[in-house]
Design a protein around this ligand. Structure first.
Ligand code: KE4
Length: 436
C-alpha cells in the first residue's frame, strides 16, 4: 500500500499510533470498550495474534482473555480458520448472491441450536437483535418489550437504556441521540427478579411483544440466571402471547455447543447469535420458530437486508470454527480450565484480603471485586471498580490482558492450557499484593 498514511505507520509504536488515532477516530478506538477509559492507561496496538497470545507494536506479548470479545474460541490464527480463509480469498471476497457456504452455516445452526428452525445471517450482533425485535413486534402486533438492566444487546436505539457493556462502563444510562420515542416501549427490570416480571405481566402482559435477555449475562461481568428464572420467563411469555428472545451473541457456542438454551433446557422463540459463528469475521444471525421466521422478507413482510450478509469469508471462517467445535467438543475441558482459573484467582485475592466472588461457565468466566453473590447489574455496580482498574493495569504490566472493563466477561480458547493458567495465577499473586 502506498500513501503517506502507510509510510507513517511502518515502525510506528503504540504510543505514536495512539496519538494519531485520537486525532482521527473518536476516543481513538472503533468501539468504546477498547479505550481503557474505565481502567486507566491507554490501549496497546496489536501487531498480531497467535493462539492464546497477542503481540503489540512494541514487541510485547500478552496472554489474551479478551479474544476479540468472544469470537475466538479456537484462539488467534487457528490453522483451520487460516486455511478456510486462504481457500476462499482466491475465489473472491463478496458476491451479493447466494453461496453453498451460507446454506451450510444455516443448516449447522439449525442442527446445533435447539430453538432455531430457520435463520437469517447478518453482519453483527446489533443487526441481529435489532431485526429480532422488529420481527417480534410484527409477529405479535405489539410494540412494548422487556429487557433487563445490564444486559447489552448492541447499540440499536430501543436497547440503549441502562445497557451493559460499553454504556454501563462509560456510565451512560441513556445515550444522547436516542429519541424518547425509541425507548418509550422498552421496559426495564433487574435481571433475576422473576417476581417483578410476573407483576409486569399481570399489569401489562397483553402489551408485551417480547422478553429480551442474555440468558447468561456477559456484559455486566458474568452473571448466571437463578434457578427457575429462565423457566419462569418461558412460562410467563407463553401464557401472555409474548415471545421469549435469547440474545446468545456471546453465550452461543461459548457456554456449550447448543448455547445457554441447551445448557439450561429452556428453548426461546427467537435466538440471536454472532461472534463465534463468524470465526472472527463480521457476522450475526437471528433465527427461531419457522412460523415466525417466515415473516422475514422476502418470504414475508418484515423487511431486513444487508449487502454483506452471509459474506463468503465470514461463512468460511464460521463453518470452519463450528465444524472444529462439533468434531472436537472442547467444552468439558474448557469447563475445567475455567474453574481452575477462577478458583485460583479467588484464592490469590483472598490471600491478600481482597473481597471477591466469581465463577466460570463453559469458556466464559468472571471475577467481581465484590464479596458476592452477584445476581444482577445492580449488585455488580457495587463492586470495587477503582481497585479492578488498578488490578487490570498490574496484570497488563505482567503480560496478562484482561477485558479493560469491570463490566465484561472473560473468555478462554482451546489454546489456554495449564501453562497459561499457571502464568496468570503467578501474575495475579503479585498484582493482588500491589493493589491490596
Ligand atoms: P456487535 O454489534 O458488537 O457484533 O454485537 C452486539 C452484542 C449483542 N448482544 C450481546 C449479548 C453482546 O455481547 C454484543 C456485543 N458484545 C460486546 C462485548 N461486551 C462487543 C464488544 C464491543 O462493543 O466492542
Amino acid at each position: 500500500m502506498s500513501g503517506s498514511e502507510r509510510e507513517r505507520t511502518i515502525g510506528a509504536t503504540s504510543a505514536e499510533l495512539w496519538d494519531r488515532a485520537l486525532r482521527a477516530v473518536p476516543g481513538g478506538v472503533n468501539s468504546p470498550v477498547r479505550s481503557f477509559a474505565s481502567v486507566g492507561g491507554q490501549p496497546f496496538f496489536v501487531e498480531k495474534g497467535d493462539g492464546a497470545y497477542l503481540e503489540d507494536r512494541d514487541g510485547r506479548r500478552y496472554l489474551d482473555f479478551v479474544l476479540s470479545w468472544g469470537p475466538l474460541v479456537l484462539g488467534h490464527s487457528h490453522p483451520v480458520i487460516v486455511e478456510a480463509l486462504r481457500t476462499q480469498i482466491g475465489r473472491g471476497t463478496s458476491y451479493g448472491a447466494p453461496t453453498a457456504e451460507e446454506v451450510e452455516l444455516a443448516e449447522r445452526l439449525i442442527r446445533l441450536v435447539p430453538g432455531i428452525e430457520m435463520v437469517r445471517l447478518v453482519n453483527s450482533g446489533t443487526e441481529a437483535t435489532m431485526s429480532a425485535l422488529r420481527l417480534a413486534r410484527a409477529y405479535t402486533g405489539r410494540t412494548r418489550f422487556l429487557k433487563f438492566t445490564g444486559c447489552y444487546h448492541g447499540h440499536a436505539d430501543p436497547f440503549l437504556v441502562a445497557a451493559g457493556s460499553g454504556v454501563a462502563t462509560l456510565g451512560l444510562p441513556n445515550s444522547p441521540g436516542v429519541p424518547e420515542a425509541s425507548v418509550r416501549d422498552t421496559a426495564l427490570l433487574p435481571f433475576n427478579d422473576l417476581e417483578a416480571v410476573e407483576q409486569l405481566f399481570d399489569e401489562r402482559g397483553d402489551e408485551l411483544a417480547a422478553v429480551f435477555l442474555e440468558p447468561v449475562m456477559g456484559n455486566a461481568g458474568l452473571i448466571l440466571p437463578n434457578p427457575g428464572f429462565l423457566g419462569g420467563l418461558r412460562e410467563l411469555t407463553e401464557a401472555h402471547g409474548a415471545l421469549l428472545v435469547f440474545d446468545e451473541v456471546m453465550t452461543g457456542f461459548r457456554v456449550g455447543l447448543g448455547g445457554a438454551q441447551e445448557r439450561f433446557g429452556v428453548v426461546p422463540d427467537l435466538t440471536t447469535l454472532g461472534k463465534v459463528i463468524g470465526g472472527g469475521l463480521p457476522v450475526g444471525a437471528f433465527g427461531g420458530r419457522s412460523d415466525i421466521m417466515k415473516m422475514v422478507a422476502p418470504a414475508g413482510p418484515v423487511y431486513q437486508a444487508g449487502t454483506l450478509s452471509g459474506n463468503p469469508l465470514a461463512t468460511a471462517a464460521g463453518n470452519a470454527q463450528l465444524e472444529w467445535l462439533e468434531v472436537h467438543d472442547p467444552f468439558p475441558e474448557l469447563e475445567v480450565v475455567g474453574r481452575k482459573l477462577v478458583d485460583g484467582l479467588l484464592e490469590v485475592l483472598e490471600e491478600v484480603g481482597i473481597e471477591a466472588s466469581g465463577r466460570s461457565l463453559g469458556s466464559m468466566w468472571g471475577v467481581f471485586f465484590h464479596s458476592g453473590p452477584v445476581s444482577s447489574f445492580e449488585d455488580a455496580s457495587e463492586a470495587d471498580i477503582e481497585r479492578f482498574g488498578r488490578f487490570h493495569g498490574e496484570m497488563l504490566r505482567r503480560g496478562v490482558f484482561l477485558a479493560p472493563s469491570p463490566f465484561e466477561a472473560g473468555f478462554l480458547s482451546v489454546r489456554h492450557g495449564e501453562e497459561e493458567i499457571e502464568f496468570t495465577l503467578s501474575a495475579a499473586r503479585e498484582a493482588a499484593k500491589a493493589v491490596a
